[in-house]
Write a protein that binds this ligand. Structure first.
Ligand SMILES: [Zn+2]
Ligand SMILES: [Zn+2]
Length: 466
């Protein structure tokens, strides 16, 4: 009897909240850590609530039923009535239905992931990466810096508060060449407010946003044991205090080691939204024996690392699209591809992004020609393009939309026979390791080696929109 009444009240309640849902109450928009709305993305919840109040005021009988239902629900369950719609099974609670929970691999634990999550949220809202640089990949660094530059152009900040982690568990651990990777599902809630002093038309506020993200960490199989980059402020190699000026390159000023090369600790190398994670075909190439055989002698080759390079390249291209020095291209693209990118740029001159999220990067296939190994990536990015002239904004896209891209990174097969020198992609000379200056020549200033060289490094040989 009891349970029948409860089902009835639950049904009534859901009916009312369906009205709310239809009016877009829980449309949520992006923000911290590269989160982005997968709904149509409205402007918050005000419309839904006022519509409900209007509905109840104009239908006294409905109002009475709702009040009785709430009272009865509380009476029977002693639970907060708000829990009813939280467990209502719609997409509001964005926790994955069947989270696996395996044991964490050696050296990674809930505490480390929690430290990492909270520090990244803090870095995101301050737009300052110095506290996290030592344990994030170059691709993650590039994603954030590119977004910060866009946000600065629109004087935007994304304030986060009431951040609460409800669950952290291992979703998947995989072997990846000389590396291992771990996908950790982090479920959380937070209040999220996107604010621009100059362009308030883009301001958005969301409270109690609940979501799950997949955080991917990688570590080398031959990594040193018992190093912890997350709880110390000293170099894992020489013990010197970390240089707070570490930027594109995360080298220790004392000994020159790359702190984020995954030989010391687990390195954060990707953050993927739940929908994107579930929609990807999985890392089909992770266990591909032909690819493994081709890259066997390249001790730095891993699918996750290549995807990191691809995201690094993508964000630098987006920066060139929105006005950054086009010389950047000459550090990673061959001449033909650089020209194609500049043509794409001239066709859509003069825009900036109101938010730019690289949702997903996947190595989807590979092929060889007589000389090269070509790695084919598929990417998807969500953004809204705007134009600024005379302090006035005009929209080029009416809303945030998702766009597919593809790119190819190539390297000569003969170059795969020897281990790659460990340098920071597109920021250091692959031959001698010297950092590139801002004004790049075709050759390294120190050793004169060509900057673009299929015999030394991965080169962007194709880039397509759509
Ligand atoms: Zn050091
Ligand atoms: Zn050099």
């Amino acid at each position: 009897m009891k349970s029948i009444s409860r089902s009835l009240y639950r049904l009534l309640f859901l009916a009312v909240f369906t009205v709310l849902a239809a009016t877009d109450l829980w449309a949520r928009a992006g923000g911290g850590g590269g989160r982005v709305s997968h709904d149509s993305g409205g402007g918050g919840g005000g419309g839904g609530l006022s519509f409900l109040i209007y509905l109840l005021l104009s239908h006294p009988l409905l109002a009475l039923i709702v009040i009785i239902a709430i009272a009865a629900y509380y009476f029977y369950t002693k639970k907060n009535p708000a829990d009813l719609f939280r467990s209502g099974g719609d997409s509001e609670d964005r926790r994955p239905p069947d989270l696996p929970s395996g044991p964490f691999p050696e050296g990674l634990d809930v505490q480390k992931v929690q430290t990492s999550f909270m520090a990244i949220q803090d870095a995101w809202q301050k737009q300052e990466l110095k506290e996290v640089r030592r344990w994030i990949s170059d691709g993650v660094y590039q994603r954030y810096t590119a977004q910060f530059r866009m946000m600065n152009k629109l004087s935007q900040v994304n304030k986060l508060s009431n951040i609460q982690i409800s669950d952290i568990r291992l979703a998947k651990a995989s072997a990846d060449g000389n590396y291992q990777s771990a996908d950790v599902a982090v479920s959380f809630s937070m209040d999220d407010s996107f604010v621009s002093a100059n362009y308030p038309q883009f301001n958005e506020n969301f409270s109690g946003d609940r979501d799950t993200e997949y955080w991917t960490f990688i570590k080398r199989n031959d990594a040193k044991k018992n190093k912890d980059l997350y709880s110390t402020d000293n170099c894992p190699n020489c013990g010197a205090p970390f240089d707070t000026k570490m930027g594109e390159i995360s080298r220790c000023a004392g000994c020159g080691t790359l702190t984020n090369n995954a030989s010391y600790d687990w390195i954060l190398s990707e953050i993927t939204q739940m929908d994107d994670y579930q929609n990807t075909a999985g890392d089909a190439l992770l266990q591909n024996t032909e690819l493994r055989e081709l890259t066997r002698n390249d001790s730095l080759f891993a699918v996750q690392r290549m995807q990191d390079i691809a995201s690094n390249v993508f964000m630098q291209i987006m920066e060139v699209f929105t006005g950054a020095n086009q010389n950047k291209l000459s550090r990673f693209a061959d001449k033909k591809t650089a020209e194609n990118i500049l043509q794409l740029k001239t066709r859509s001159e003069g825009f900036i992004f109101d938010r730019l999220y690289l949702n997903e990067v996947s190595l989807v296939s590979f092929n060889t020609d007589p000389e090269k190994l070509n790695l084919v990536f598929s990417l998807s990015a969500t953004y809204q393009r705007v134009k600024v002239s005379n302090q006035k904004l005009s929209l080029l896209d009416n809303e945030m939309t998702t766009h597919p891209y593809s790119m190819v990174l190539s390297k000569n097969l003969s170059a795969l026979k020897t281990a790659e020198k460990e340098t920071v992609y597109s920021y250091e000379c692959p031959s001698c390791g010297a950092p590139y200056n801002d004004t790049t020549n075709d050759t390294c200033n120190y050793c004169q080696a060509p900057v673009i060289d299929l015999n030394k490094n991965w080169v962007l040989t194709d880039f397509q929109m759509g």
